[in-house]
Design a protein around this ligand. Structure first.
Ligand code: N1C
Length: 249
């Protein structure tokens, strides 16, 4: 009997995983001011609910982006590739830069998995296809669409934090390399500052051949520079009281 009661209580109090997804979405959304979070959830769901989870193109998220558009933030936008944790720690301490994760859409969906199923009105959080399964999966399409819209707002001096502890810090197939970089337009975007951050082991520097690819892809008229930095120096940048907002690179 005790077991039955426990199971019953758990079933009532711990919602099914998809319910948890909605809960996470709404509670994260409520940390932002000025959004109708229930409406945002319903617009979000329309992108993938009832669809084959391998047939959700980036355009499916157009209404979602239109409901919570990104505002341009000149000289403050920060992009990254293969340095997510590092950049997240950095922006938490320092309010000067804006990443996609700090906007309402990036924030509510960060780290989550979701998909629908043909003939069902439910949201699933397991058994969803990943990048390796099909390109047009709900999660991948969201990040590609949101990254494009976020990058469209870039202006002035833009920063991108790349990983100096890997062989190819700039990858033409990453979201940064294949989507964001291509949307930077001169003269709206004046310069791109690459900050190449290495952990204990430095594997590549600013002379890395992949930066030739980057410069080739970068729009004409946009200035480019690259600064190498250790992880500890980078972290110091986020806590320098002398330069609370001044660039450290
Ligand atoms: O493919 P990436 O990096 O180059 O993408 C990073 C790039 C950043 O500049 C962000 O603006 O694209 C944006 N972005 C996110 O903000 C984001 N949050 C979480 C892209 N992807 C994001 N994710 C997840 O990480 C998502 O699942 C995606 O596939 C990975 C990409 O990480 P990466 O390869 O390090």
């Amino acid at each position: 009997l005790l077991l039955c009661v426990t199971v019953a209580v758990v079933m009532v109090t711990v919602p099914h995983k998809p319910e948890r997804l909605k809960g996470t979405f709404i509670s994260r959304c409520e940390l932002f001011q000025g959004y109708d979070c229930e409406n945002l959830w319903s617009v979000f769901q329309q992108a993938y609910v009832g669809k084959d989870p391998c047939k959700v193109p980036t355009e499916a998220y157009d209404p979602l982006i239109a409901t919570a558009p990104f505002r341009p933030a000149c000289n403050r936008m920060m992009f990254w590739s293969k340095t997510k944790d590092l950049v997240q720690d950095f922006t938490e301490k320092r309010d000067c830069f804006l990443t996609l994760e700090e906007t309402v859409l990036g924030f509510v969906l960060d780290g989550l998995t979701w998909c629908g199923k043909e003939g069902s009105s439910e949201t699933f959080t397991s058994g969803c296809p990943g990048w390796g399964d099909c390109e047009n999966n709900p999660v991948g399409s969201f990040w590609r669409r949101a990254s494009a819209a976020f990058a469209d707002g870039a202006c002035g001096d833009v920063s991108a934090v790349l990983n100096g502890s890997i062989e190819t810090p700039f990858s033409t197939t990453s979201i940064f390399g294949s989507i964001e970089l291509k949307r930077f337009k001169s003269p709206r975007v004046r310069s791109l500052k690459i900050v190449l951050v290495s952990q204990e082991n430095t594997v590549s520097n600013c002379m890395n051949p992949s930066f030739k690819d980057l410069q080739r892809e970068l729009g004409a008229g946009i200035k480019y520079n690259c600064t190498e930095m250790t992880e500890s120096k980078f972290n110091e940048c986020s806590s320098d009281p002398e330069k609370p907002c001044g660039p450290c690179w």
